[in-house]
Design a protein around this ligand. Structure first.
Ligand code: COA
Length: 176
């Protein structure tokens, strides 16, 4: 059974080696999640250190999925920082190691992070993902509404421009 956990900042720091491995595996597997190939676990270190700091500052939720003592999946919500959006969060970096896909971990992570955001009073979540990616197909299955796509928004990790599709979901008291 997977263990799905919300991490504190110190737990996030301890998880950095596993998180680096997951991010490198996803980028090298072709996921468009902000980074270009070639990408190593060492390249991911600064990114995850920044995430742990954001958790420390209360700006970010970080949830992980652990199987047999190893973290194999993760997702985040970053809280919007502008004073006129205290109710909104950005869902980020839903990442499952290729060795652990297809077992329902993404669904469990999404349910857990959305529930925690709702518990903290958030009512609207937003995300974007590469058009045509595996990830684009799963969000509507999890209750997210597709808004539309912007052409040439980002690059695939191996190069070449890709469109980005935007989604939103109402949560908590503000559910449709
Ligand atoms: C997208 C990703 C997170 C899915 O993780 P996963 O643990 O394999 O997904 P799950 O097993 O929880 O599947 C969740 C749902 O999506 C569906 N799904 C999973 N992969 C799918 C795919 N490639 N195509 C279509 N549907 C898919 C499942 O059937 C399941 O639906 P159901 O619960 O209604 O039956 C994973 O492939 C991944 O990490 N990709 C690379 C990183 C990435 O692109 N992240 C998104 C950044 S926005």
């Amino acid at each position: 059974m997977p263990d799905i956990r919300l991490l504190t900042a110190s737990e996030a720091r301890a998880a950095i080696p596993d998180l680096c491995e997951i991010l490198a595996d996803c980028v090298n597997g072709g996921a468009s999640v902000g980074f270009m190939q070639p990408y190593t676990s060492a390249d991911a270190l600064a990114y995850w250190q920044g995430v742990a700091e954001a958790v420390e500052e209360g700006e970010n939720l970080l949830v992980v999925a652990e199987l047999e003592g190893k973290i194999v999946g993760t997702v985040q919500i970053g809280f919007a920082s502008m004073p006129n959006q205290p109710h909104r969060g950005d869902l980020k970096k839903l990442l499952i190691h290729r060795s652990a896909r297809g077992r329902g971990l993404a669904r469990l992570l999404m349910q857990a992070v959305e529930a925690e955001a709702a518990r903290q009073g958030k009512t609207l979540l937003v995300l974007d993902t590469a058009t045509g990616s595996d990830a684009e197909a799963i969000y509507p299955r999890l209750g997210w509404e597709r808004v539309g796509a912007i052409p040439d928004y980002a690059m695939w990790p191996e190069g070449g421009l890709c469109s980005t599709t935007f989604f939103y979901k109402r949560i908590g008291d503000n559910r449709n």
